[in-house]
Design a binder for this molecule. Structure first.
Ligand code: FAD
Ligand code: MLT
Ligand code: ZN
Length: 456
């Protein structure tokens, strides 16, 4: 056992088997999913429940030790791994989910419950969970709360914030705040759960969440639309939104991403001829929504080809290129990832400007652009630009801000974009957030360098 006194104390709290210092055992916790962010942890500690999390956090407070909370480590902005020397607090073992409260349409889940496990649990009770994303087998409830994860169903149910009806969390001093009753109306004091959603591990460690569930919609149809580009796709969003109730997903993928999925993962393009972009639309209802979708698309001249499926395997086939984007990009190299939101009215202009910016700043780089189109959320992945310094970040995020967009749509700010928060939040806003951070984490030990630039 290590000579580090904190390690010994942590071993008393969680048991020696759940305090890791051996680099072979800690490695997977210390580098992020993209391979861009990594750092050596002082140790990795794996508590089993809220009481042990409290004990761990208290011990770290006594030892003035910085802490990085971690769930499934699928975060994409460098917020879930140490910079160097922090205690890596894994919530993965808090994987208990309570019986679904079918009367309230809610469930209480531990921070370490994966999205896939939560979805299965809800389905067994005849309900669904409103957030879905491709990392569902590893992303956890705690991580999705901390990043306010969005995913593919935001157009129907909103982001994770809209699913959270209560939280239990451990504050930096080890005290526990618990609001898990799930009362639809409960206006007693500040909305602490709301404050912790999207706080990226910088204000508290989430240990349990009370989540709303949504009705299961048995009839689902997916339509893959071949379109000439982003402007046409945006025009279709307006048409669909005005004519189709039950929109579940509106996902955009460009030619470069389609070809990357084919090249890297052997995923088949659903169409025989190469189209500039695809728009994947999914609709669900208690009855067959296909006729409604067909009517909505009738006369949509911008659609060159359509592939439709209303059975599970067929829909999975239509989704495959879209779901393969992140993995295909990661196989092609370490991308500079920009998860941004633009007003729908500015999307096409931004997309055109982006090509100009990249041609100037990163000649030879490849832009793989896809995203959740109904909410204007593009994932701009720039490959073959890793040799460039962070100047590209400033230029691309500056372009987003110049189009009245947000530099962080759903992945969080993390370490990656901490230096650019001023592009989206003015001085008064940043001062208020810093005051909240000082109030809840006065020693700045929770996820230092995330959301707020690291102290020099
Ligand atoms: P981690 O990566 O472990 O942590 C993420 C952040 O949350 C870190 O800052 C960490 O410190 C903090 N944190 C984690 N657990 C806790 C806790 N219990 N208490 C306090 N802070 C905590 N994201 C989307 O929004 N939409 C998508 O469509 C989407 N698709 C993805 C597809 C792929 C293939 C991959 C790899 C990622 C995708 N993501 C997406 C990003 C990622 O899955 C989400 O950010 C997710 O919310 C991270 O969950 P996690 O449990 O892996 O968190
Ligand atoms: C997605 O929508 O697939 C994710 O947000 C992941 C990514 O942006 O790479
Ligand atoms: Zn996304």
């Amino acid at each position: 056992m290590s000579a580090d006194p904190l390690v010994a104390v942590l071993a008393e709290v969680v048991g020696p088997a759940h305090v890791l210092t051996d680099p072979d055992l800690t490695a997977s916790y210390e580098s992020d999913w993209t391979g861009r962010w990594a750092g050596r942890a002082r140790c990795v500690v794996r508590p089993a429940d809220t009481a042990q999390v409290t004990g761990v956090v208290r011990a770290c407070a006594t030892h003035a030790a910085p802490v990085v909370p971690q769930g499934g480590n699928t975060g994409l902005v460098g917020g879930s791994v140490p910079r160097g020397g922090e205690v890596l607090l894994s919530l993965a073992r808090l994987d208990r989910v309570e019986p679904v409260d079918t009367l309230a349409g809610q469930v209480t889940a531990g921070a370490g419950v994966t999205l896939a496990a939560l979805q299965r649990h809800a389905a067994q009770a005849g309900l669904s969970y409103g957030v879905d994303l491709a990392a569902r087998d590893r992303a956890t409830v705690g991580g999705m709360v901390a990043t306010n994860a969005g995913g593919t169903h935001v157009v129907a149910y909103g982001t994770t914030r809209a699913q959270v009806v209560g939280l239990e969390a451990v504050l930096a001093d080890g005290s526990v705040v618990s609001r898990l009753e799930g009362l639809p109306k409960d206006n007693v004091g500040y909305d602490l759960p709301g404050l912790l959603v999207g706080s990226e591990g910088t204000l508290a460690v989430v240990t349990r969440a009370r989540l709303r569930l949504v009705p299961q919609l048995p009839h689902r149809v997916a339509a893959l639309l071949a379109v000439p580009g982003l402007a046409a796709a945006v025009a279709l969003v307006a048409r669909l939104r005005s004519r189709v109730g039950g929109l579940q997903a509106v996902e955009y993928v460009e030619r470069a991403g389609i070809e990357l999925a084919v090249d890297q993962l052997g995923v088949a393009d659903a169409f025989s001829s190469p189209h500039a972009a695809h728009l994947l639309v999914e609709v669900a209802d208690h009855g067959d929504p296909t006729p409604l979708l067909a009517d909505a698309l009738d006369g949509a001249d911008e659609v060159a080809e359509v592939a439709v499926a209303d059975d599970g395997p067929g829909r999975t086939r239509l989704w495959r290129v879209r779901e393969a984007q992140t993995e295909a990009i990661a196989l092609a190299g370490v991308a500079r990832k920009y998860d941004v939101t633009l007003p729908l009215s500015r999307l096409a202009a931004f997309r055109g400007d982006l090509d100009g910016v990249l041609a100037r700043e990163a000649p030879g780089a490849r832009a793989i652009v896809f995203g959740h189109l109904a909410e204007g959320n593009l994932h701009v992945n720039v490959l073959d630009a890793d040799h460039l310094d962070d100047r590209l970040d400033a230029v691309v995020l500056g372009l987003v801000a110049s189009h009245a967009g947000s530099i962080s749509a759903e992945h969080g700010v993390g370490r990656h974009k901490a230096a650019y928060v001023h592009l989206g939040r003015d001085a008064a806003d940043r001062a208020a957030m810093a005051a909240i951070k000082r109030a809840l984490d006065p020693e700045g030990r929770l996820n230092p360098g995330v959301l707020f630039p690291a102290a020099r």
